[in-house]
Design a binder for this molecule. Structure first.
Ligand code: PLP
Length: 402
């Protein structure tokens, strides 16, 4: 739902991949959940009522991805879902772990021992390299089970989609278990994107999926791990045996209801409108001298990863913040400083890894505000060029990185 209104008041929020604004339907569902006193595990009437609502949310989450309700394990977010998959399907089953080189820290930090699957200059998983790595790990008689392969459906910095159908097919051939971090892709699905296509043709039937509510327009601090089948999984939190023994702790009823409502809303959205607005803005940024990362391949409809050659990301962020625009750099440390992007480094983009900002349009982006951002960005680039920082000559008037 792109709104074509005048420029909005206050800071303009263009950092949806960090977190999406709450959708009204999610807020309403959460309020209904907050009204429930009962604990879904209690057997009395109040508990049973809460349980019914929780199970409705579970059904919504699971069926949207073609799974049975019992395959959905509610978690505290994407990080926990990823960590649970690495623990339950990886270490607990004695599998070697292979992860994409551009994975989010939710995967990278939880599996420091993992082997990295390289990506190409656009950020796309190198399937030939994956095949070689899998061949080295293919189980034989008496060996440990095939490896766990973790791949993100869409990258949080560049929006680049992974070739999931090819990856899944390789995993099947080599007896590997596939975990897909679908945190950025799941709430922004279009019929023709690779994640949707891989779900539709059954490629991901044997894979687990990590989901996060706040990337869909739901609340922060809720998520889910979808299992390929209703099976036991070694829990990170045994606790009271909730979630069929796969995740202890009283479930956050209101948050999970909010997540389910957000997901349903995201399915109704016409993402092509947002994509057209994104493309228009990207054109303005390129004219101003930006290089777009991953431009030549399929990406999330809302994401721009833009490099201003020669200009540190931190300087761009500060300049845009002063003008009232919330965007982010590839990677923000917990200290608040901007780090070099490990994603762009893995893509072999060298210096650009410290010069990229991410603009990610929220589901309710206002066209007027996005166009105003384009003007402010162009003026900023002009100022940096005037100070001799922007390396225009090497850009031949701006362009799109391949
Ligand atoms: N995976 C990806 C690709 C992400 O972008 C994020 C958050 O930015 C996460 C996992 C972690 O999700 P959460 O914030 O729900 O823990």
């Amino acid at each position: 739902m792109v709104q074509d209104t005048a420029v909005q008041q206050g800071p303009v929020y263009l950092d949806a991949n960090a977190t999406e604004p709450l959708r009204p339907a999610a807020r309403a569902a959460m309020l209904a959940g907050l009204e429930q006193t009962g604990n879904p595990s209690s057997v009395h009437a109040a508990g049973r009522r809460a349980r019914i609502m929780l199970e409705e949310a579970r059904q919504t989450m699971a069926s949207a991805f073609g799974r049975e309700a019992d395959c959905c394990v509610f978690t505290s977010g994407g990080t926990e879902a990823d960590t649970l998959a690495l623990h339950g399907f990886g270490r607990a089953e004695g599998r070697a772990i292979l992860i994409g080189a551009t994975e989010h820290d939710a995967i990278r930090k939880a599996a420091p021992e993992a082997s990295l699957i390289p990506v190409d200059g656009q950020g796309v998983i190198d399937c030939m390299a994956l095949e070689e790595m899998l061949a080295a790990h293919t189980p034989g008689t008496g060996d440990r089970p095939g490896p766990l392969v973790c791949i993100m459906a869409a990258n949080n910095e560049t929006g680049v989609y992974a070739p999931l159908r090819d990856v899944a097919s390789l995993c099947r051939q080599h007896g590997a278990f596939l975990h897909v971090d679908a945190v950025q892709a799941a709430g922004r699905m279009q019929e023709r994107d690779e994640f949707s296509l891989a779900l539709k043709d059954g490629s991901l039937a044997g894979a687990s999926l990590a989901l996060s509510a706040h990337k869909m327009g739901g609340p922060k601090g809720a998520g889910a791990l979808l299992l390929p089948e209703d099976r036991p999984l070694a829990p990170l939190l045994p606790g009271g045996g909730q979630e069929r023994g796969r995740r202890g702790g009283t479930p956050a009823l209101a948050s999970h209801m909010g997540m389910a409502a957000a997901l349903e809303e995201s399915r109704k959205q016409d993402w092509t409108l947002l994509e057209a607005l994104r493309d228009e803005l990207e054109g303005v940024m390129v004219q101003a001298g930006a290089l777009i990362m991953g431009h030549g391949v399929a990406r999330l409809s809302n994401t721009i990863s833009a490099v201003l050659p020669g200009v540190a990301a931190q300087m761009q962020l500060m300049a845009l913040d002063i003008e009232g625009y919330c965007v982010s750099a590839g990677s923000a440390c917990s200290s608040g400083k901007v780090a070099r992007s490990h994603v762009l480094e893995a893509m072999g983009q060298g210096e650009a890894a410290g010069q990229a900002i991410r603009v990610s349009l929220p589901w309710n982006a206002e066209a007027g505000a996005v166009r105003a951002f384009g003007q402010v960005y162009a003026l900023m680039a002009q100022r940096f060029a005037g100070r001799g920082l922007l390396k225009r000559s090497s850009l031949q008037g701006g362009g799109r990185a391949t």
